[in-house]
Design a protein around this ligand. Structure first.
Ligand code: SF4
Ligand code: SF4
Ligand code: SF4
Length: 358
C-alpha cells in the first residue's frame, strides 16, 4: 500500500485493483498482465461498476488530475481553426484549446478536478477535498436524451460520449443535474456535414477510462492516487463499502440516491449540505446539492420514449458517415493518423441506447 511521507497510511482494505479484478471475473489474477485480452475482461451485465470515494483521505495532491490528463490526452480535441460562422449566432464558440492547463474546473481537457471546502461540523474544522467528474448515473439523462445517440451507457455502467458522432448540441449538459459535459468548438463531425448549423463542436467528459477497463486495468485516477481515495468494483459490493465507511466515520453518502442513483458514491465525515455551501460552484464547477431523478419527469420520460428508436438509427448513420469521411481523408492524406484510432466502438459493449431501463 502506497503512502506519502508524513501522511497517515490508509486503513488496510482489499485493494481497489483486487476488487476490480474480482468484478471482471479475474479474482486471483491480481498480478495478471495489464494487457489482458478485452474478451476476457468485459464485465457481465449484472456487474455494473461503481466507484467509492472516501473523502476523509483526499489530500488534494492532484496526482489523479494529472494522470487523467496524461492518460486521456489522445482523446482530447484538436480543433481546426478558423471556426465557421454559426447560425443562429446565439451558438457560442467554446474555446478551451488554448487553456488546456486549467485545472480548477471541468473543461474538454480537464475531466476531473478537485474541489476544496473548509467547514465547521460538531465543533471541529474539516478540510475536505472532493474529486469531481461525471458520476456515471444508473439512468443517465445525458444518454437517454441525446438526439443523435452519441451519448450512451455501456453494460458495465460507463456512460460515454462518442466523439466521432457528437454534434456538440449540449443537450447532455443541459439535462445533466450537474451540467458535467463541456464543449469544444472546431472539432468533430459538424465541420464536415453541418459546419454552420450544428452545435459547433463535441462534448467531453470522464469516460471512466473505458479503454483501460477493456484491458483489465483500473482507471488512471484510481491507480495514481497515493491515498487510495477511490475503490472500484461491482455495485453491490461498493454500496456495502460506502455504508461501512460512512458508519465507521459517522459520515454521509452522496450519489447513492441522487438523480435516481449513480455509479459514484462519495463518503464524507461532514454533511454534503455543508460541503455544497462551502465549495465554489458555477460553470464547470458542479454542486453537491439534492438532485431528484431527472428521468422521472413526464417531459424527460416522453422524450426518452420518442428518441430511443430514432437516436439508435441516427447514431448508426452518423457513425457510418464518420467512417466514410475518415477513410476519404486518409486516402487524401495517407500519412495522417486518425485521432480515434484506439477508440473502441461503444456499441460493442452497449446494453441499449441508454434506454429508460438504463
Ligand atoms: S483523490 Fe488521491 S490523487 Fe486525487 S487529489 Fe485526492 S489524494 Fe490526490
Ligand atoms: S453525471 Fe451527468 S454527464 Fe455524467 S452520467 Fe450523469 S447525467 Fe450523464
Ligand atoms: S476515470 Fe479516467 S477519464 Fe474518468 S476522471 Fe478518472 S482518469 Fe479521468
Amino acid at each position: 500500500m502506497k503512502s506519502q511521507d508524513n501522511q497517515p497510511s490508509p486503513p488496510e482494505r482489499p485493494t481497489s485493483r483486487r476488487r476490480f479484478l474480482q468484478a471482471l471475473g479475474l479474482a486471483g489474477a491480481a498480478s495478471a498482465s495489464a494487457a489482458m485480452p478485452a474478451a476476457h475482461a468485459s464485465p457481465r451485465d449484472e456487474e455494473e461498476l461503481v466507484t467509492v470515494l472516501d473523502l476523509s483521505k483526499c489530500i488534494a495532491c492532484g496526482a489523479c488530475v494529472a494522470a487523467c490528463k496524461e492518460t486521456n490526452a489522445w482523446k482530447h480535441p484538436e480543433p481546426e481553426h478558423p471556426y465557421p460562422k454559426m447560425y443562429p449566432a446565439r451558438v457560442k464558440v467554446a474555446e478551451w484549446s488554448d487553456k488546456r492547463e486549467v485545472d480548477d474546473r471541468l473543461t474538454p481537457y480537464t475531466w476531473l478536478y478537485i474541489q476544496s471546502a473548509t467547514v465547521e461540523y460538531r465543533g471541529e474544522t474539516h478540510e475536505i477535498n472532493i474529486p469531481r467528474r461525471c458520476l456515471h448515473c444508473f439512468n443517465p439523462p445525458c444518454a437517454n436524451l441525446c438526439p443523435w445517440g452519441a451519448a450512451r451507457k455501456q453494460s458495465n455502467g460507463i456512460v460515454r460520449i462518442d466523439a466521432d458522432i457528437c454534434l456538440g448540441g449540449s443537450k447532455c449538459k443541459s439535462v445533466c443535474p450537474w451540467n458535467i459535459p463541456e464543449r469544444q468548438t472546431g472539432v468533430g463531425l459538424y465541420r464536415k456535414i453541418l459546419p454552420s448549423f450544428a452545435g459547433n463542436g463535441v462534448m467531453y467528459k470522464c469516460d471512466r477510462c473505458y479503454d483501460r477497463i477493456d484491458q483489465g486495468e483500473i482507471p488512471a485516477c484510481i491507480e495514481s492516487c497515493p491515498m487510495e481515495v477511490q475503490t472500484i468494483g461491482p455495485r453491490k459490493e461498493m454500496v456495502a463499502l460506502a455504508h461501512e465507511l460512512a458508519d465507521e466515520m459517522g459520515g454521509f453518502i452522496y450519489g447513492e440516491t441522487e438523480n435516481g442513483g449513480t455509479g459514484t458514491l462519495y463518503v464524507s465525515p461532514v454533511p454534503f449540505g455543508l460541503l455544497n455551501e462551502a465549495i465554489t460552484k458555477g460553470p464547470g464547477r458542479p454542486g453537491l446539492g439534492p438532485a431528484a431523478n431527472s428521468m422521472e419527469t413526464a417531459e424527460n420520460l416522453t422524450w426518452a420514449f420518442l428518441l430511443a428508436p430514432v437516436a439508435g438509427t441516427a447514431a448508426g448513420l452518423l457513425k457510418a458517415g464518420s467512417h466514410l469521411i475518415h477513410e476519404a481523408e486518409h486516402d487524401q492524406h495517407p500519412t495522417a493518423k486518425p485521432r480515434t484510432a484506439r477508440a473502441s466502438d461503444p456499441d460493442s459493449t452497449d446494453s441499449s441506447h441508454g434506454g429508460i431501463e438504463g
